[in-house]
Design a binder for this molecule. Structure first.
Ligand code: G3P
Ligand code: MG
Length: 356
């Protein structure tokens, strides 16, 4: 794999630095490029459109496969982006395939959460939309929800078969994965509580059983979308679920969140950037050694992007922009970045000047 990465890098002398870009609040607001992001990214390619500087997108967002996201981003920014340059909040779920490969799991969130998990290798995964459809009356508000009543997708049609629905209902859900932001909090919290407190069999008797594992792609309380002020993220959904679960269940909710600011997210980013940098990494088994003197994390959220880069330590250098969650004049007081700039374009200008 690493061979093909290196083919996309131009120049004989590889650079000793790499860049990880946050997406929401740095490169995009909703679907609109901000802060001169297209121009900034174009500076990382040579005149023939070949990648000059190793860079990745390190976002907590997601809901679609990395390959589809790469195509979307390529269109938005007008540069050629490889699927392996896209590291999303849920990308670390790939590492759980061995444990859950054939187990029945439910995937929650906007976009195509089950398709994302299938692409990672999970063989027995159902989206919470399709799962909910198997249970009559599981959501007492369903008839009020226009988008549920009107839904006539192929996915849904495939579940018309009563035998299949019965099969799904009688199979224990062995884990739940929150892949991306929940679209329907009331339904998802209800069904997740049903799954978690019955040991994976909604509608069955509630008894004290082992809670099935619950994974979140990240724990962002708020993030910057198209609206003028921050919007609730997956961390807010987690608090709502946890608060309700802990009110109805004797044992507190157990969960794991991956994504930024976890150290592992930055370690993984380092590995991916390393592959982009030099094919020697796999050939000479230097996989644990970072070839970089500096890795720049450009983010907008001090408690996620900056705190994560700081915890990750060498060789990370954090740059905070003022286009997203952070708006202050100086630096953030709780998680001060190594450098604060107005926009991502300023950040890239600073890096390219510094690296000569
Ligand atoms: O839902 C996405 C959001 O929480 C953060 O995205 O790109 O700022 O890490 P990003
Ligand atoms: Mg962000």
């Amino acid at each position: 794999i690493s061979r093909s990465f290196s083919r996309h890098l131009s120049g004989s002398k590889p650079p000793s630095f790499g860049i990880a870009f946050d997406i929401d609040g740095v490169l995009l607001r909703g679907n609109t490029p901000i802060g001169g992001s297209s121009e900034a990214l174009k500076r990382l390619y040579d005149h023939s459109g070949t990648l000059k500087i190793p860079y990745i997108f390190l976002t907590n967002g997601g809901g679609i496969c990395e390959s589809k996201r790469a195509l979307e981003l390529s269109k938005l920014f007008g540069v050629k982006i490889l699927p392996l340059q896209v590291v999303q909040g849920h990308s670390p779920f790939q590492q759980l395939v061995n444990r859950f490969e054939y187990r029945f799991v439910v995937a929650v969130g906007k976009g195509e959460p089950a398709a994302v998990m299938s692409a990672y290798g999970f063989k027995n995964v159902l989206s919470i939309d399709d799962y909910a459809f198997c249970f009559d009356d599981i959501d007492p508000l369903a008839s009020q929800k226009k988008w549920v009543v009107d839904k006539t997708s192929d996915d849904r049609d495939s579940f018309e078969d009563q035998a299949r629905r019965d099969y799904v209902k009688s199979n224990k859900v062995e884990a739940a994965f929150i892949v991306s932001d929940s679209v329907d909090w009331s339904r998802d919290i209800q069904i997740l509580c049903d799954i978690l407190r019955t040991g994976g069999l909604p509608g069955s008797e509630i008894k004290l059983v082992q809670q099935p594992p619950l994974y979140f792609a990240h724990d962002d309380l708020e993030y910057k979308a198209a609206f003028s002020t921050e919007r609730f993220g997956m961390g807010a959904f987690r608090i709502a679920l946890q608060s309700i679960f802990n009110s109805i269940h004797p044992n507190p909710l157990q969960y794991t969140s991956v994504g930024k600011p976890n150290r592992s997210a930055f370690k993984n980013a380092e590995t991916v950037l390393g592959h982009l940098y030099d094919q020697r990494i796999s050939e000479h088994k230097f996989a644990d050694i970072s070839p970089f003197k500096t890795l720049y994390m450009i983010g907008d959220n001090p408690s996620v992007d900056i705190s994560g880069a700081q915890q990750a330590g060498y060789p990370w250098f954090s740059i905070l922009t003022r286009t997203g969650v952070f708006k202050g004049k100086g630096n953030d007081s709780k998680f001060p970045a190594d450098m604060v700039v107005d926009t991502v374009e300023d950040a890239v200008e600073y890096i390219l000047k510094k690296e000569g």
